[in-house]
Design a protein around this ligand. Structure first.
Ligand code: URA
Length: 431
């Protein structure tokens, strides 16, 4: 077999066999197939798609590219969560401590930013000392002893996904239902999850722009889960406007901490309660969603969820004083508040554009090896449906470069669309 023939076959809309997919994935992981061929192959998949069978074969090839974590004896049931990627999505930082505080041990391997969407690892690294490179033994030990782990994808679990994910980020090949489904499911299966809550984002600031695409991705992931003997629950959540207010690494950590104290933006808090309730239900700590929600709310109110975040940060070498005093987190040199240019109801806060601005300010990467600036980002002050008076605060830019700041201002103003008539608030979930 030759890589180029497999690329051409996909370019010509052919269906790849299991052998061809295995050959490609194995060759990539071994380093025999170079990045440029894998990029071309990924682009052919973006353009021409994959069948359910090809997607399942790709998922399993990526799972088998490394080890499969066995959490037997570490937890009674291994529950995981994953988001398909959005703007301002700091849910994991709040939800993990909440469910762990409710008695459901959770170990999660998270990723870095991808395209315009932020990544939990980049956010966590805003906390000095926080280690995101635990090995498998450390992962298991911490999960057993502390009941909570949040680290990077261990190099020996689904390494094919780790390599492909980094390449897709910078080659315009993120937006593809089969590539996203196989990326998410390979990580979850290799990470030992028996049940998982998958937060499928839908809208302008998501990789799935329409509800129909979100449903297709969900159905595919549930099906892959079934084939692999895992329970997968998908929630379709709205991503037409940023989740909460903060977009940018340290800014999002601070907002997630606020939510653990019972504050923070109401939409973000509500989103976290819903995801937590589902996790507690599939993890058999709650009999139903209502009980799960009450438990989650209780863990926030009595401070045990925040205490669990401290345990997590401390266990992974982070400086806990940054959690206690989020004002210590990296702060940008230039902080500019921009006011509404007119009065009216907000009809749109284009989430993708906000995410792209945050990346352009330095919160994400343009090249694979770029480092991120943890301090920069955007804080939107409003939500769709709000009435805003001319001159009232609309958003704040956190920048470390004057030119980027000026560019951000215009792009963010364009991302806010006003209406002269009332506009309904956006739903949080679509199903
Ligand atoms: N999240 C992932 O883990 N992979 C993708 O491809 C997209 C979102």
């Amino acid at each position: 077999m030759r890589a180029v023939d497999i690329i051409v076959k996909k370019r010509e809309k052919g269906e790849l066999s299991k052998e061809e997919i295995n050959f490609f994935v194995q060759g990539f992981v071994r380093g025999d197939i170079p990045d440029y061929q894998v990029s071309a192959w990924a682009m052919a998949i973006v353009l021409n798609g994959m069948t359910a069978q090809e997607t399942t074969d790709l998922t399993l090839a990526m799972v088998l590219s490394g080890r499969i974590l066995d959490l037997t004896g570490v937890v009674d049931i291994a529950v995981d969560k994953h988001s398909s990627g959005g703007v301002g999505d700091k849910t994991t930082l709040t939800v993990l401590p909440v469910v762990a505080a409710c008695g459901l041990p959770v170990g999660k391997m998270s990723g870095r930013g991808l395209g315009f969407s932020g990544g939990t690892l980049d956010k966590l690294e805003s906390i000095p000392g926080y280690r995101v490179d635990l090995d498998t033994d450390e992962f298991k030990q911490q999960l057993k002893e502390k009941g909570i782990v949040l680290t990077g994808q261990s190099l020996d679990l689904a390494p094919a996904d780790g390599k492909l994910y980094a390449l897709r980020d910078v080659t315009g090949t993120v937006q593809s239902i089969p590539l996203i489904a196989s990326s998410i499911m390979s990580k979850k299966i290799a990470g030992g999850a028996q049940a998982m809550v998958l937060d499928v984002k839908v809208g302008q600031g998501a990789f799935m722009e329409t509800l129909e695409m979100g449903r297709q991705l969900s159905a595919l992931m549930v099906r892959i889960g079934e084939l692999a003997g895992r329970e997968a629950i998908c929630l379709l959540s709205d991503m037409n406007q940023p989740l909460g207010h903060a977009v940018g690494n340290a800014l999002e950590v601070a907002e997630a901490i606020e939510a653990l104290h019972g504050g923070g933006p109401p939409d973000f808090r509500e989103h976290c309660l819903e995801i937590s309730a589902h996790m507690l239900r599939v993890g058999k700590r709650a009999n139903d969603l209502e009980q799960g929600r009450r438990m989650a709310q209780g863990a926030i109110s009595d401070g045990t969820a925040f205490a669990k975040l401290r345990v997590l940060v401390d266990a992974q070498g982070g400086d806990v004083s940054y959690v206690d005093h989020p004002e210590k987190l990296p702060r940008a040199r230039l902080i500019e508040t921009v006011d509404a240019p007119r009065s009216g109801w907000l009809a749109e806060i284009h989430a993708r554009r906000v995410g792209e601005v945050a990346v352009a300010l330095g919160a994400g990467r343009a090249n694979k090896l770029d480092s991120v600036d943890h301090a920069v980002g955007v804080v939107v002050a409003r939500k769709v449906g709000d009435y805003v008076e001319e001159g009232a605060e609309l958003f704040t830019i956190h920048a470390n470069d004057e030119n980027r700041q000026a560019e951000a201002e215009q792009r963010l103003l364009d991302a806010h669309v006003f209406s002269d008539v009332p506009v309904p608030a956006l739903p949080l979930f679509h199903g």
